[in-house]
Design a protein around this ligand. Structure first.
Ligand code: ADP
Ligand code: MG
Length: 472
């Protein structure tokens, strides 16, 4: 029997505002516990919510980047549940009328090629605090710094069919949200959090099976692992004639297993109703248009443009546009005069390594462009240019000056080359004889010897004609 896995993801993203969703307490990470609190965060009687315009703006831009329709009117609603890290006893969220609905993104599925994943909705809400179970022996501590931080919750359609597709969706989602400037999207810091809804059905069955929701996923790799184990667990149960219970399960990264946490709550359990302290959120359609118009160029468009405008292979265009700062650096280098293909090679082979480690660009686009120019006009070899690059990182000297100082400027002058060539020919009489006897491939060996003799300074393109001439 073949089974098909069905996956829908719920993603919470903290919006990168200065202050919280409904009050002026700071939205910041890594501060001492309970220092970012005010009467509203604590749920003190009489403290009223005031929506954060910047959070609304970022949520709107996130929705537009995901191709959603942003609604001119949406409603904040109270979602009730009791937990120590939720002082008010309810969370302000959006329920029946969310900020945005009906988006879609296109991913590359390893199994199905390019497919569209529907984005059901994006709504705004406030985060809960954090319960810390490992601070005090036998007790739970509560940190309310996170309570009230603005979140966008992004719910996907159950459109994914494998763990790899879920990963591709998450990777793209994060890329879009970072591009749109709405969140840093770090799973490590908890600014991006994922719950995976998983079910299985017999291949060809038009109906979905009962799903479980898996929580506690702290990396993309664990999202994949959790989906795989949940899929296997459900299939095993069904094949033994059992049935799946709709429930919330926790993934344990150490054991790689999921375990039941609670049976699934229904929305009526939360007793949602419109928050009487907040009027409907009304957005001017012209303002929404303006947000759409001022979105940066998004990855897919940038990728296509890099391929067509700069003539780059698709794979290079994709890698260069993974992160906006890298794409920007590449284009600045081209603007400064570097040939695009060579600039792309430099960024991919050299610049990216440092950027991935440190998030910085130690050499300016202008200086890299100058170096690329030196290789192009044959002043230095590509190999020697790597040595020059290393110096560019630590000095302010011009690339040409560094090449001179290090004695890396290539010799293409026939006189100087001729001397080395003569010496090499004299030192290898048998190779010369064999070459003359028809083993023309030996030219490569001889060029290599000349390069060696020159200490790498000979311009290999200029060596060959001189050799040919002398061997004639
Ligand atoms: P609930 O009412 O249980 O919250 P929703 O319909 O709101 O369920 O969907 C929540 C998430 O679960 C969405 O991401 C959705 O795509 C996903 N989902 C819904 N049904 C299934 C299913 N049968 N299998 C896998 N995922 C599903
Ligand atoms: Mg739901």
């Amino acid at each position: 029997m073949t089974w098909e896995c069905v996956i829908g993801l719920e993603v919470h993203v903290q919006l990168g505002t200065n202050t919280k969703m409904f009050c002026a307490a700071a939205n910041s990470y890594g501060e001492p516990p309970n220092t970012l609190v005010d009467p509203y965060t604590l749920g003190l009687p009489g403290a009223l919510p005031v929506p954060n315009a910047e959070a609304v703006r970022l949520g709107t831009r996130a929705a537009l980047a995901l191709g959603c329709t942003v609604h001119p009117v949406s409603i904040f609603a109270r979602k009730h549940y009791f937990y120590p890290d939720l002082p008010k006893g309810y969370q302000i969220s959006q329920f029946e009328e969310p900020l945005a609905t009906k988006g879609a993104v296109t991913i590359e599925s390893p199994e199905r090629g390019r497919i569209s994943i529907g984005v059901t909705r994006l709504h705004l809400e406030e985060d809960a605090g954090k319960s810390l179970h490992d601070r005090l022996p036998g007790r739970t501590a509560v940190d309310l710094n996170r309570a009230g931080v603005p979140l966008a919750e992004i719910v996907s359609e159950p459109d994914m069919r494998s763990a790899a597709e879920a990963r591709a969706y998450l990777t793209l989602l994060r890329q879009l949200l970072v591009y749109a400037g709405v969140s840093e999207c770090s799973m490590e810091k908890g600014t991006l959090r994922v719950d995976a809804n998983v079910s299985v059905r017999k291949a060809g069955d038009p109906n979905f099976g009962t799903k479980t929701e898996v929580k506690n996923l702290n990396s993309f790799a664990n999202v994949e692992r959790a989906i795989e184990v949940e899929r296997e667990r459900q299939i095993a149960i069904l094949e033994q004639g059992g049935r799946i219970h709709q429930e919330t399960r926790l993934f344990n990264a150490n054991t790689g297993a999921t375990k039941a946490l609670r049976s699934k709550e229904e929305s009526h359990d939360y007793r949602y109703f419109p928050d009487p302290d907040l009027p409907p959120l009304v957005l001017d359609p012209l303002w929404i248009d303006e947000q759409r118009a001022t979105l940066p160029e998004l990855p897919e468009a940038k990728r296509a443009r890099f391929a067509s405008e700069h003539g780059l292979p698709a794979y290079h265009a994709a890698t260069l546009t993974l992160e906006q700062p890298v794409a920007e650096f590449f284009e600045q280098t081209v603007k400064a005069g570097a040939e695009p293909k060579a600039a792309a090679d430099w960024v991919l082979e050299t610049v990216l390594t440092v950027y991935n480690e440190s998030g910085t660009f130690p050499v300016t686009p202008g200086r890299l462009a100058a170096l690329v120019g030196l290789v192009k006009d044959g002043t230095v070899s590509k190999q020697a240019a790597k040595q020059v690059y290393a110096e560019l990182v630590t000095t302010t000297e011009a690339p040409r000056a560094i090449a001179d100082r290090l004695g890396l400027v290539q010799v293409s002058d026939t006189g100087a080359l001729g001397k080395w060539v003569d010496e090499v020919l004299a030192a290898h009489p048998s190779e010369v004889a064999r070459f003359k006897g028809g083993e023309v491939k030996l030219i490569g060996f001889l060029v290599g010897q000349v390069m060696k003799k020159s200490g790498g300074k000979a311009d290999p393109k200029a060596v060959q004609p001189v050799l040919q001439e002398k061997l004639r």
